[in-house]
Write a protein that binds this ligand. Structure first.
Ligand SMILES: Nc1ncnc2c1ncn2[C@@H]1O[C@H](COP(=O)(O)OP(=O)(O)OP(=O)(O)O)[C@@H](O)[C@H]1O
Ligand SMILES: [Mg+2]
Length: 488
């Protein structure tokens, strides 16, 4: 009798766990004089000018858009765009870019009003993280995670990733010495020098890497929202894809029982600064167990574990495959000191090439004010003053989601999350001029009698209660409570 081994049963593969992701971006604002001289408006007044049309339409400076996103002016003068909830990486890229386009449109309108009033100023909105006074502002990522007892441990084991990922997804920065003793030099990130505590529950007192405030914007028994505070605002879509996609895969790995706890850093705050300042990626970081590791080694180790997890279990989307490929190539670029390997995809490399080539041609150093202006233009969201569109059109920055799809995302929410319900309701309310109170979870028609709807499942894009709410909007507005209507 011949015994043959039966072929191994094919292992069932699965897609990465479906996850809600949203990115909040604060924008820098300045009003440059067009006549020379000091700015005609300070940042506060410029921000108020920017939001004037929203406020004039009887709304506040805190609105939800037809695209399902939140557009608002918080304390301070940084206009903020928080993307709608996305459950795909490509939707997130479109939404993030929709934020830039929304801001650019608001600035164009504000500049037209200033010109009509003969105010000699032009408002610029900058998708960066440091203003002219040296104050920082943020770009926060939000990831839905399933509520589990060991969330806290998982969040902490991500700190080494958050500390070292800047060698891939940092937006690049020219670091100048205020004392003028050392020449200006190029580093990975603007944000690294602003961070203080590794994990904290407050964002205002200190600058943590992960905010642990428990505000899931969803069914609190099932979900948590992981709120990542450390991260640069990115211009290159490749950087955003890698930043968010790598975290998505790492969370999948951890939720599937993966472990990163042997890679804890002894001093994350020192490590984040050391990593930022060393473009070779070879600075030695101390681990909690006394070993040392370089940022490139640490990222390679994370990538290897994620890859093994993927190979064993996952069937990746095209976007996730791009994430792994770019992660690998980004590390190779740092390891070999060859930014050209990723110069059309990752911000730090694209910006470095732009600035160093300019400085070489002009025969200056990186501290030249013209280089600083070029660096700002990289982050300017204006289609003509800003460089992003020009670089993309010239093929110097790679587009992953094309411009029409990003433009569409301004008014069209992601189709597969509750943002679809919110965006539809907002659009209908705007068309019918009905008052609708909105937050991430709730929709309430302010007519005194239609029942509010709580959308506790961020994955649900269909809901009969919302259909009823839309139908209620179509009905003639009932009399306000407190007013007696009598028939003649
Ligand atoms: N359940 C969820 N899981 C993950 N992300 C979510 C969830 N619900 C909403 N989000 C995303 O979280 C972000 C919330 O933005 P928002 O600016 O309102 O943040 P916040 O932390 O609630 O408030 P603030 O910035 O005012 O402190 C959005 O990008 C949104 O898409
Ligand atoms: Mg916010």
């Amino acid at each position: 009798m011949r015994v043959t081994a039966s072929p191994a049963a094919p292992t069932a593969r699965r897609a990465p766990v479906r996850r809600i992701i949203g990115v909040e971006t604060e924008y820098g604002i300045t009003c440059a004089s067009t006549a020379g001289g000091p700015p005609p408006l300070d940042a506060d007044h410029a921000a108020r000018e920017l939001f004037a049309p929203l406020i004039a339409r009887g709304r506040s400076s805190n609105v939800f858009t037809r695209g399902g996103a939140r557009l608002y002016l918080d304390v301070g003068s940084h206009p903020e765009f928080a993307t709608a909830e996305c459950d795909s990486l490509t939707d997130l890229l479109a939404q993030d870019r929709a934020g830039e386009l929304t801001m650019a449109d608001l600035a164009a309108q504000a500049n037209a009003r200033l010109a009509a009033q003969d105010v000699p100023g032009r408002i610029h909105l900058l998708k960066n993280n440091l203003d002219a006074e040296g104050a920082g502002f943020g770009c926060h990522e939000n990831y839905l995670v399933r509520r589990r007892g060991d969330y806290w441990n998982d969040a902490r084991t991500l700190v080494p990733h958050l500390v070292t990922r800047q060698i891939l997804v940092g937006a690049g920065h020219i670091l100048t010495d205020p004392a003028g003793k050392r020449p200006a030099r190029y580093v990975f990130s603007q944000r690294a020098d602003q961070m203080e505590d590794a994990v904290s529950s407050a964002t205002t007192r200190s600058r943590p890497l992960i905010n642990t405030r428990d505000e899931p914007h969803a069914d609190a028994e099932k979900y948590r929202r992981m709120h990542v505070i450390v991260g640069d605002s990115n211009i290159a879509q490749g950087s955003t894809l890698l930043k968010v996609g790598a975290m998505d895969l790492l969370l999948d790995y951890l939720e599937g029982g993966g472990d990163l706890s042997d890679l804890r850093l002894a001093n994350p705050m020192r490590a984040i600064r050391d990593t930022c300042h060393d473009l070779t990626g070879t600075v030695l970081l101390e681990l909690a167990d006394g070993r040392t590791i370089t940022p490139v080694e640490l990222q390679s180790e994370h990538l290897e574990r994620v890859r093994a997890h993927v190979d064993a279990e996952l069937d990746l989307t095209d976007a996730h495959r791009c994430v792994l490929e770019l992660w690998e190539r980004g590390l190779e670029a740092v390891r070999t000191g060859n930014p050209a390997l990723v110069a059309t995809e990752l911000d730090w490399a694209a910006k470095q090439q732009l600035l160093t080539r300019y400085a070489q041609r002009a025969g200056t150093g990186l501290d030249d004010p013209r280089v600083a202006r070029l660096a700002l233009a990289y982050h300017d969201v204006d289609p003509t003053d800003g460089l992003r569109l020009r670089l993309e059109t010239a093929g110097l920055l790679k587009r992953i989601v094309d411009e029409p799809a990003c433009r569409a995302a301004v008014d069209t929410p992601p189709a597969t999350t509750r943002a679809h319900l919110r965006g539809t309701a907002v659009a209908r309310a705007e068309e019918l001029r009905r008052d609708l109170s909105v937050d991430w979870v709730n929709l309430k028609l302010d007519d005194g009698h239609t029942r509010p709807v709580a959308l506790r499942d961020p994955f649900a894009a269909v809901d009969a209660r919302v259909d009823a709410l839309l139908a209620a909007m179509d009905e003639p507005e009932p009399p306000r409570s407190g007013i007696l209507v009598t028939s003649p």
